[in-house]
Design a protein around this ligand. Structure first.
Ligand code: HEM
Length: 410
């Protein structure tokens, strides 16, 4: 064992790096053992891999999130929109990047309206799943990502928001374009794609908001414009941007959860047998997939004061990148962390982050993935992996498959 870190930047633990794309865990484990509080000079950020540190930072509501608070030159600051004055910067963007008071002002009404719609989706998901499987039919083999994992979250969020389902392919396309804004490692073509997607989806929502104001319907967009008319402090821009956040946040991540989960269950026959014997374990299976193969690698906070993390001095404005993936495999928290076990007793994973920014979509993602697991294995009890090489996507800080070919054995 050496004291020299195995990596020079956290990017080398992400899907951006071909070795980590295939298997990020050996590097994360080495970091956790050798330098759990690592200074990444490329991203100008601290990279934390121990559960205790990750959890403490995620839950610390005194820390900042907005990139504008980051050090000059840091990865965080490079996410800022150029050309906007400071006050506009602080107010703009989705709740993912806002700090209080703007974060609470926007998140609270959004969450209230969204959770009422998610509660309806507890039963509504059955109709979404039925549509997806009806379209699929009874093929001998199919790509589970394209046929199930991608359409389920898109159709569910489309129904919640009240947008036409016929446009779900465009939504996926827009989501993939917009999510490129979370990284600065873009080719010019990707930047062009991101900007075109942002503009198209923004215009789409603004138009839909006007339509719902004139003629309300039973959907989240109508709920939000009504709340605004009743006095909620939300501008049109904030509503549109956060609708985009729901659309984007709800797509790639949940598709990856479903895809990663089906792959894990098919490669762990004992765990799959437990689920088949007792489909009420679907919720527990979802939690274990979230822990074992988290769709999102990291989240971040910015030090609002000089502080100490894991024994290291951190100064105000420095970025703290926290590795949810490494924390979820920390042996000091989880017994046999590298074992996939859907009946594990106590597994408080951090796949959804924590504190003020904890994922707003977690309840929806859980409903969708549990329903998808139940239906896939009920409908195709002999499902197995096809003999195809697995290809993971290369988008940094997300872990999901390009395709998952399966055979139905019918
Ligand atoms: C398996 C699925 C998902 C995973 C793993 C995931 C993960 C995350 C993580 C790690 C964060 C950052 C939390 C933090 O900084 O502490 C986050 C925030 C967020 N997620 Fe999710 N997410 C998922 C599904 C969804 C869904 C279904 C939606 C919406 C429909 C959504 C919308 C959001 C939004 C809007 C935020 C920003 C919240 C805030 O900063 O206040 N996510 N998510």
């Amino acid at each position: 064992m050496t004291d020299k870190p195995l990596i020079t930047t956290a990017l080398q633990t992400s899907a951006f790096d071909p070795e980590a794309r295939a298997d990020p865990y050996p590097r994360l484990k080495a970091m956790q053992e050798q330098c759990p509080v690592f200074r990444d000079d490329v991203m100008m950020a601290w990279f934390l891999t121990r559960y205790a540190d990750v959890k403490a930072v995620a839950n610390d509501r005194t820390l900042w999130r907005h990139p504008i608070n980051g050090e000059e030159g840091s990865f965080s600051r490079r996410l800022l929109e150029p050309g906007l004055d400071e006050e506009t910067q602080r107010r703009s963007g989705s709740i993912l990047f806002l700090d209080d008071p703007h974060h609470a002002r926007v998140r609270q009404p959004l969450m209230k309206a969204f959770y009422a719609r998610v509660a309806q989706m507890k039963t509504g998901i059955e109709a979404v799943i039925a549509d997806v499987f009806e379209r699929l039919g009874r093929p001998d083999r199919f790509d589970l990502m394209a046929a199930v994992a991608i359409p389920v979250p898109i159709l569910a969020i489309a129904r919640i928001l009240g947008v036409e389902e016929a446009r779900y392919r465009e939504f996926r396309d827009w989501s993939e374009g917009v999510i490129l804004g979370l990284t600065t490692l873009r080719t010019p073509a990707q930047t062009e794609r991101m900007e075109a997607a942002r503009e198209a989806v923004y215009d789409y929502f603004i138009t839909l908001m006007q339509a719902r104001r004139a003629e309300p319907r039973d959907d989240l967009i109508s709920d939000l414009v009504r709340l605004q008319a009743e006095g909620a402090q939300l501008s049109d821009d904030e509503i549109a941007i956060n609708l985009i956040a729901l659309l984007v946040g709800g797509n790639l991540t949940t598709s990856d959860l479903i895809g990663n989960g089906v792959r894990l269950l098919l490669t762990h026959p004992e765990e799959l047998a437990k689920l088949k014997a007792d489909p009420s374990l679907a919720g527990a299976a979802v939690e274990e997939v979230l822990r074992f193969e988290s769709p999102v690698d990291i989240t971040a906070r910015i030090a609002s004061h000089d502080m100490e993390v894991g024994g290291c001095p951190v100064t105000q404005r420095q970025t703290l990148m926290i590795s949810l993936r490494a924390a979820n495999r920390d042996p000091s928290m989880f017994e046999k962390p590298d074992c996939f076990n859907i009946t594990r007793k106590h597994a408080p994973h951090v796949a959804f982050g924590g504190g003020a920014h904890i994922c707003i979509g977690a309840p929806l993602a859980r409903i969708e993935a549990a329903a998808a697991f139940r239906e896939i294995f009920a409908r195709f009890p002999k499902l197995r992996l096809a003999n195809e090489e697995l290809r993971w996507r290369s988008l940094p800080f997300f872990r999901g498959l390009e395709a998952l070919w399966v055979e139905t054995g019918v």
